[in-house]
Design a protein around this ligand. Sequence first.
Ligand code: MEV
Length: 313
Amino acid sequence: FPIDKTRAFGKLILFGEHLVVYKAPALVGAVSAYTDCQIEYLDDAPGKLEVIDNRPAVPLYKETKKEEGDEAINLTLKHLGVDPAVRGIRLTFGGDLCCASGIGASAAQVVSLARAVNIADSRNLTEDEINAAGYEGEKGYHGTPSGIDNTAATFGGLLRFQRTDGAPIFEKKSFPSAIRIVYASTGITASTTKVVGDVRAMKEADEAWFAEIMTEYMSLVKEAEKVVEEGDLIKLGKLMDQNHSILQKMTVSCKELDDLVDAARAAGAVGAKMSGTGRGGLMIALTPTEEIQDAVASALEKLAPQVWKTTFA
Ligand code: MEV
């Protein structure tokens, strides 16, 4: 079984988490760390669905997300017409992506599952069909996913992503140089369903406030797209700082994230923000040189339980 063909990537959102749910464009970078999936059919055990989860994870991640994860696996299998009641299934998830809230671990899991079914059943699914299966699975994690996580998990690279009334639109972006980053976990696992739901409730309670936030973000992301074309890391970092302020206004950041963001900036990052769901989860810092990347990682290691260095190539 060619397990390397089931790889699906983690992601970090550079611009636009939460607002992407409301059709604002977002920029997302896939990390090289991946989840893979091995599938075995158990002909003599109809009705059995066994999940072996060997993915590395921050403490409490798997316990906190187990129910949502099981639901996501069931939804993905259902979408693909695979019924464990007819033939038992054993799934083994692995890979080097450390599961932490914010990294898109759930999307990587269901996209790798879709890839595994595709190979095991010789389906010849297109990448769009794999992505669509991942999207169905994501609904197990929260009711109204934008689709950004499964799209990054499927296609990798740096992407501009936008939800529409129909299919989402996304395109690969290239940055003239490598984007060197550090990302760190607060160690807190947040429920995307809950945080996305809270944002929806705040929006419904005060549409004028939300419209103001959206206007501020729309001019920011327009500028960010221009800066990506130009390849200006310093300007990109400043815009990430501004995006963090918007997320603070939306109350999806928290003290732990703000402290990490401040520490990264103090250690030389040219920009830093929370990334993903927030209220815990991850933050990302832009570090133009290897020296700064090391300095920022050391500073964050004093505060955060997990710190990673990577590059969006
Ligand atoms: C989660 O990685 C990103 C959110 O914007 C939710 C979504 O887009 O589905 C918070």
